[in-house]
Structure formats: C-alpha cells, structure tokens
Design a protein around this ligand. Sequence first.
Ligand code: NAD
Length: 543
Amino acid sequence: MHNAHAHVPPPVNEPVLSYAPGTPERATLRTQLDAMAREVVDAPLVIDGRQVRTGKLGTAVMPHAHEHVLARFHLAGPAEVQAAVDAALRAQRDWASLPQTARSAVFLRAAELLATRYRPILNGATMLGQSKTPFQAEIDAACELIDFYRFNVHFAERILAEQPVSSPGTWNFVDARPLEGFVFAVSPFNFTSIAGNLPTAPAILGNTVVWKPASTAVYSAHFLMQLLLEAGLPPGVINLVYGSGAQVGDAVLASPHLAGIHFTGSTGVFQGMWKTVGENIARYRTYPRLVGETGGKDFIFAHESADVDALAVAIVRGAFEFQGQKCSAASRVYLPSTIAPAVRERVVAMIREIKVGDVRDFSTFMGAVIDRGAFRDHAGYIEHARKDGSTILAGGTYDDKVGYFVQPTLVETPDPRSRLMSEEIFGPVLTWYVYDARDIDGALTLCDTTSPYALTGAVFARDRTFVEKASSALRHAAGNFYVNDKPTGAVVGQQPFGGARASGTNDKAGSLWNLVRWVSPRSIKENLVPPTSWRYPYLAPDA
Ligand code: NAD
C-alpha cells in the first residue's frame, strides 16, 4: 500500500521503426514470421484467467495463402458466454477497489512489453493473420497500441483530477466510479490496436469486460491476451470469448448487468446491437453506455489550386494501403476538371507500380483482403463498375486461387451519386468524380450529402480561402478532417479518432472523451459545519 498522489509518466508517441534493409528489426521480424508459419496455434478462450477449450473449433488462416492454417480456436457456446459474464461480474469489486496507480501500472507494463519482446510477435501475427505489410503492422499492432496504453492511463489520471469547487464550510469531490456491471467489447478485424484498445480502455478505469474479437483476427487477439496476462492483468478483468457475433452478442446483451458496449465495426452490426439493447432496456439495471465507431465513405476533395503531386500520393496511399480496409481509407475523390488529366496520369502510373502479394515478401505494398466474403464483395463492386457506365482506369482484376488478392482499382464515374460514390466498399476500389471546376459550391454540396457516413475526409488546396470555405461546408461531413494530407493515419494523442452520422457515436478513441464514457461519477459533498437549527434566518421576526 502507499499514499502517493502519483502521476503517470508523461505519454509520448512510440517511434515507428523502419524495417529498412540492414536494420535489426527487419531481421527479428523475418525470424518471427518463419517461426510462426511453422506452427499451428491452439487458441483457447480465456475466462477468469483460465484457458477454456470447448473442442468446437474455428480456423484462422493467412489471407494471402488461405490454405495455410495459423490457428485453431475454440468457440464459445452459451455456457462459456455466461461464464465470461459471471467472471467479469465477480472480478469487478476487487479490480475497482485497487488504487488507480495499480491498474495503470498493468497497462504501462503492457506498453513496455509490446515495445520490446512482444513487438515482433504482435507485428508478425498481424502480418500473417490480417495480411498487413511490415510498415502497416508496425503502425498498428506496435505503435498505435503502445500509444493507446500510455495515453489512456494519462487521460484516466486527468479524469480523476477533474474536481468541483467547494463553497465555504463544505468539501466537494467526485468519485470516478466504474460502471456498475460489465462492459462488452466487440472488435473488428482490421486493427490489432483497436482490438487491444476496446477491452482495455474501460478496464483502466476499473471496469471488467467480456471481449469478443472478430473471427478473422483471432490469431493476433490470442497474443494480445497473452501480453495482458503477462503484464499482470488479474483473472476475470478481461474475459476473451471467440464465436459468431450474433450468437455471442445476443447472449451477452441479454444480461441485466450489461453496463456498456465498446464496439468498432460495421454500421449495420452496431445498429442491430443498439436495437437489441432498446428491446431489452427495461431489464437492465442501468442504462448501458453505447460507444460505437462504425463505417466510413471517406473522401478527398481537391481544389484546382492543389499540389498535384501531393494529391496523387495521398490518393494512392490513402486508398490502397492495407488494401483499402481502413475505416479511414479514401474511397471517393472529387477532382476539378482543370487538373483532372494531370492527376489521372500520375495516379494511374503509381498504381501500375504497386505490387500485390504475400506480405512476407517485403517488396509488396498490398497484401490480400481479409477473407472470401470481402473478396466477393470487392469483386462485385468492380463488376458493378463495368456495368454502370463508369470507366476502370487501373486495376479491375482479382484472383483468389492462392490468396484473396484484389488489384488496386481506380474507377471514374460520371454519376456523383452512384453506389460507388456512396456505399462503404472497404477494399482497394477507389472511385472518383470529375466536377466542373467552375461549380465549386455544387461539388462541395455533393461531397457533404452523397453518403450517410462522416468519418474522415481531406481537402487539398493551396488557396487558403478555399480551405476555410471547405472546412465550413464540410464541417459535419467528417469527424477527422485533413488539410493537404491523406485521410488515414490518425495518431493517438494527436488526432482523436471517430466520426458522426452513420460512422458512429464519435467518442474519439484514444482520448479523454472516450475514457469519460467508462465512468459513472458519484458526487460527494461533506458538510464541515452542519447546521444545528432548522430555522432559516428569514424566519426571524422583524426587529
Ligand atoms: P463487422 O461489423 O463485420 O464485425 C465487427 C465485430 O462485430 C466482430 O467482432 C463481429 O464478430 C461482431 N459482430 C457481428 N455481428 C454481431 C452481432 N450481431 N452481435 C455482436 N457482435 C457482432 O466489422 P469488420 O468487418 O470486422 O470491420 C470492418 C468494419 O469496421 C468497417 O465497416 C469499418 O469501417 C469499421 N471500422 C470502423 C472504425 C472506426 O473507428 N470508425 C475502425 C475500424 C473499423
């Protein structure tokens, strides 16, 4: 025990390693990838700190070599889901009554482990299981998750320090209680850092959690759980269950002790969960906090004053890194007629140089898309483009014999409100529309009103007056707005991340705003001079 009013070390962003030829990290990563590819992992559920094997198995494969099995994972049935909920509820009192320093230390320790020994493990798992290149894995599984851990404990400390004033004779303070009940964390396949953040952000503040990762990201989730346990996370604080979203989800949402949902994934799934919560509302002990970051149809809007080279690079990196499977990936572009030919020439030339393939070959820029379902979706959009009057300027082919490979595809559409300009594709298919450069207001309105989403967006211009005009016209069109930069690559502590409209509750992952959702403040007033007479002075008779 101690009585220190301790401060967490000031957070700084984890430096991104380069993996350039000759670097030690490149050699270590190669060794790690070889070792992982030789083994088939048996991935149990982790409930109350114990490994649980049901024998009912799912399979994790490499998307870029889909015959290669990386892991067999145990699927939870109703009994295991209930056990996970019960374990979270049992663990709550002890976890919540630890001093904040003790809880924060677990995650600071996790950050250090991830920055060192676990770095190649999580990067390797993310490359093999989610088909990320070394750089894409490093900025996600290593750096962003380390940042989440280091910054979130700092934000927790700030929340605890946020206290009310006290009038004379009283002492007021706020007790930042965790939510009463458990939090359900449901994570997507596309970011290991998000999978790491969703269960831990509530846990930092004393909540206990049932965590269900995406079935296509079980391989990295398995190592994330090992990392947390090694960092000293007590049993039952985070309970890991694998299984079909609907089966696990419906059972968990039926618990009267559901206190919150921390979700990232598609809009449809989140809306379905919200509906179920609505139907169950009378049976919950408390109103569950619903925090969900969902889909996007992220834009780049170019003005004719834009730097054409910078714009072209942003389009290529923003649309095709990690196969366009970032929620923030550029998916629609508005190009002014005056510079469209120059941009077209540069972007098409760059796309032709992109190598798509097995991410273990470090000269690849793009790996495979996550699974057969995604592959079919993307192929469907490409075939749609062939039929709807659009022109495919680059790419347009796909092949799933060895891996789920979709070539980076650039589509020019004559219809600014086509499906390709409004629906989330979540793959390497970018569509642009060339607008009449004289009708800038009309083009801005199109950009603002074409899609239901509002996650990320970028404007490119050298004309400062235009930047201000666009910032104002598109104020609600993106929760993360970039000027002369690609719309991807938000950094924890620098660009709090999230969008509104159909893109989510905009609770900004990796920020104080998100952490606030995981406390249920209790106001405490102590009267230092309690009154001893019931009479107020005004009751006294006039003199
Ligand atoms: P998804 O919606 O298919 O799955 C997300 C999670 O929900 C998975 O764990 C899945 O098993 C689970 N799930 C599915 N049905 C469920 C149900 N009925 N009840 C409970 N859980 C259920 O999404 P995905 O394909 O893994 O990820 C891609 C999506 O995530 C895209 O739409 C992308 O835009 C979005 N995303 C958004 C952000 C953001 O910050 N806004 C970040 C990353 C990804």
